[in-house]
Unconditional design. Structure first.
Length: 314
């Protein structure tokens, strides 16, 4: 009997136990890279990568990751395929399923990811949508646990504070916190918080994990006693027309030395990148001793390799 395919459209697609297992696999895979010893787990496997949004980390991490696993990655920009010229997502999914072993898509509407997964006969990975960025959230939590193993053992003692727009990254961190069981605090101006549908999903997941949520307007108050401070750009891709307005609204939502001194003395700072230095985060913090942003960027590749193995390895 053919094994039913699984997708990774959001962190909710994996259980708490599966997420921790993925982190264990990630740690092993990262050690292989550091020792320059690669096991070709996905030899002759091909990942098709649909990019409707440009990227540095997503493209490079998936391409290099597949190469290290012994497989191939096929870059498909919106100008390379017929999806941008009228072909339906259904038809695209069915055709690609005949050629590749998995599909990663980086797009705008989350509906595109869902529809692709429903039509595809191979696993689909959400490389980013306007609603969710699950691969990023997985890399973020792995980075936290890598730096603070005591929080991995006791996640209920962890406070992760996100300062900024309630965007796709914040949404995924919120949901992953709900599964892991830590405290998630978000500070943002009114009207820029976590969407209601994500809040409801997170609250439902938290019934099992015991996760706690704190919603704040004051960023300094939100940073108090945080183990992790996290921020992202105020203006996401596709929101360029709103830039001037959002910069004015978010001007006080910056991670700087004043914010940092409110957090725990051994706190770490994360940013999913790319960063607008001097806006949501200062150079002093991003390049300072608390920052783990470049470890975090590297860990995208290691975590995604573990996800690929979860979905593709027999």
């Amino acid at each position: 009997m053919k094994k039913k395919k699984r997708d990774f459209l959001g962190v909710y697609d994996f259980s708490h136990e599966e997420i921790y297992k993925i982190f264990e696999t990630t740690e092993k895979l990262k050690k292989q890279v550091k020792r320059n010893r690669f096991k070709k787990y996905l030899k002759n496997k091909t990942l098709g990568m649909i990019f409707e949004k440009t990227s540095t980390r997503t493209r490079v991490s998936f391409e290099v990751g597949m190469s290290q696993l012994g497989g191939n990655a096929l870059f498909l920009s919106k100008n390379d395929i017929q999806l941008n010229k009228g072909e339906t997502i259904y038809d695209t999914a069915k055709v690609l399923s005949r050629f590749v072993d998995a599909i990663m898509i980086r797009t705008f509407a989350h509906e595109n990811v869902v529809n692709l997964a429903q039509a595809a006969d191979v696993p689909v990975i959400n490389g980013l949508s306007d609603l969710l960025h699950p691969c990023q959230a997985m890399a973020d939590f792995f980075t936290v646990f890598e730096n603070k193993p005591e929080l991995k053992r006791n996640p209920d003692s962890m406070k992760l504070t996100f300062i900024g727009d309630g965007n796709n990254v914040a949404n995924s961190l919120f949901l992953l916190s709900a599964i892991i069981g830590n405290t998630f605090c978000i500070a943002n101006p009114k009207g820029y918080g976590i969407p209601k549908q994500i809040q409801e999903m997170g609250e439902d997941l938290a019934k099992k994990s015991g996760a706690k949520f704190i919603f704040e307007e004051n960023p300094i108050k939100a940073a108090k006693d945080a183990d992790v401070l996290y921020t992202d750009v105020w203006v996401s891709m596709g929101q360029e027309k709103e830039k001037e307005e959002k910069v004015a609204i978010f001007k006080d939502y910056q991670i700087n030395q004043d914010t940092l001194k409110e957090a725990k003395t051994d706190s770490i700072v994360l940013h999913c990148l790319p960063a607008n230095r001097g806006m949501e985060i200062t150079d002093e913090v991003m390049d300072g001793p608390h920052s783990r942003v470049f470890d975090e960027a590297e860990n995208r590749m290691h975590v995604q390799k573990a996800i690929l193995l979860k979905l593709l390895k027999k």
